[in-house]
Design a protein around this ligand. Structure first.
Ligand code: NAP
Length: 259
C-alpha cells in the first residue's frame, strides 16, 4: 500500500487535454489539489469541469510554459491557491511534423521552446516551493520517440524528448540535497482526443504494433506519474519508465507475427 497523495498540491502542465488531463484525473481521484495549466482558457475550463467531483480539487491557470515569467506566475498561483507545491508534472508538449528537408529554424525553435525549454522553465519556477515541501517530486512526460525510437517528420520532436532525459540526469544530482526527485515517464502510443480524427483503421493499425494489442490509455501514464509522486518512490531519481504495452520490444515485424 502506497502513501496517499491526498491533500498534496500538484501542478500538471498541459493538463487541459490528452495525457495531461489523464494525469490530472489520476491525482484528483487520489485526493490531490491539482492546478492544470495550458494556453487556452476555454480548454482548461472544459477539463476542470470534467474533472470536478473526482475527489481532490482541480483549478486552472493560463500559462505558456515557453515563457519563464509565466512559469514563475504558475508557481505563485499554486502556492497561493493550494498552499505549496509537492508535485510538478511537466507534461506540456507539441508534436508538429516537419521532415529535415523542409524544417525551418522556426519549426525547430517552436518545438524546443515548448518541449525542452518549457520543461526546464517549469522546473526552475517550482524549485523553491518543491524544496519547501520536504518531499518534492517532478515527473516529466518524455516519449519513446527520440530516446528509443524514431518516426519520419519528428526528428526535432524526438530530439526535444531525448533532451528532457539528458536534463533530468544532472537535475537529479543537483536536486538530491533539496530532497526533490525528478523522473520521466516515456509513453508509447497513447489514445488521446487528437487521434480520434485519424479514423478507426489508423488506430487499429497502430494498436497492431503493440504486443498488448491496444493503445495506451491516458490513465496508464497518470498511474506511472502517481507512483513517482509517492513517498515510497523517494529513493528513485533521474530514471525513466517506459509505459508502452511492449511496443518497443519486438525486434522486427516477424516477432509480432510469431506471437
Ligand atoms: P495534447 O493532447 O495535444 O495535449 C497537449 C497539452 O499541452 C494541452 O493541454 C496543451 O494545451 C498543452 N500545451 C501545449 N503547448 C503548451 C505551452 N506552450 N504551454 C502550456 N501548455 C501547452 O498532447 P498529448 O498527446 O497529451 O501529449 C502530452 C505530452 O505527452 C507531450 O509532452 C507529448 O510529447 C507526450 N507524449 C504523447 C504521446 C501520445 O501518444 N499522445 C506519446 C508520447 C509522448 P494548450 O494547447 O491550451 O496550450
Amino acid at each position: 500500500m502506497f502513501t496517499s497523495v491526498a491533500g498534496r498540491s500538484v501542478i500538471v502542465t498541459g493538463g487541459s487535454k490528452g495525457i495531461g488531463r489523464g494525469i490530472a484525473s489520476v491525482f484528483a481521484k487520489a485526493g490531490a489539489n491539482v492546478l492544470i495549466v495550458g494556453r487556452d482558457q476555454a480548454g482548461l475550463d472544459a477539463a476542470a469541469g470534467s474533472l470536478s467531483g473526482l475527489g481532490g480539487s482541480v483549478s486552472t491557470h493560463r500559462v505558456d510554459v515557453s515563457d519563464r515569467a509565466a512559469c514563475d506566475d504558475m508557481a505563485r498561483v499554486a502556492l497561493q491557491r493550494n498552499g505549496g507545491i509537492d508535485v510538478l508534472c511537466a507534461n506540456a508538449g507539441i508534436f508538429p511534423a516537419a521532415r529535415l528537408t523542409d524544417m525551418t529554424p522556426e519549426d525547430l525553435e517552436t518545438v524546443m521552446a515548448t518541449n525542452f525549454k518549457g520543461t526546464v522553465f517549469a522546473v526552475q519556477a517550482c524549485l523553491p516551493a518543491l524544496e519547501a515541501s520536504g518531499h518534492g517530486r517532478i515527473v516529466v512526460t518524455s516519449s519513446i520517440t527520440g530516446p528509443m525510437t524514431g518516426f519520419p517528420g519528428w526528428s526535432h520532436y524526438g530530439a526535444s524528448k531525448a533532451a528532457q532525459l539528458g536534463f533530468i540526469r544532472t537535475a537529479a544530482i543537483e536536486l538530491a540535497p533539496k530532497r526533490i526527485t525528478i523522473n520521466a515517464v516515456l509513453p508509447g502510443n497513447i489514445k488521446t482526443e487528437g487521434l480520434d480524427d485519424l479514423g478507426q483503421s489508423y488506430l487499429d493499425q497502430m494498436a497492431a504494433s503493440v504486443p498488448q494489442g491496444r493503445l495506451g490509455a491516458v490513465e496508464d501514464i497518470g498511474n506511472a506519474a502517481l507512483f513517482f509522486a509517492t513517498d515510497e518512490a523517494g529513493y528513485i531519481t533521474g530514471q525513466s519508465l517506459v509505459v508502452d504495452g511492449g511496443q518497443t520490444l519486438p525486434e522486427s515485424l516477424m516477432a509480432l507475427e510469431a506471437m
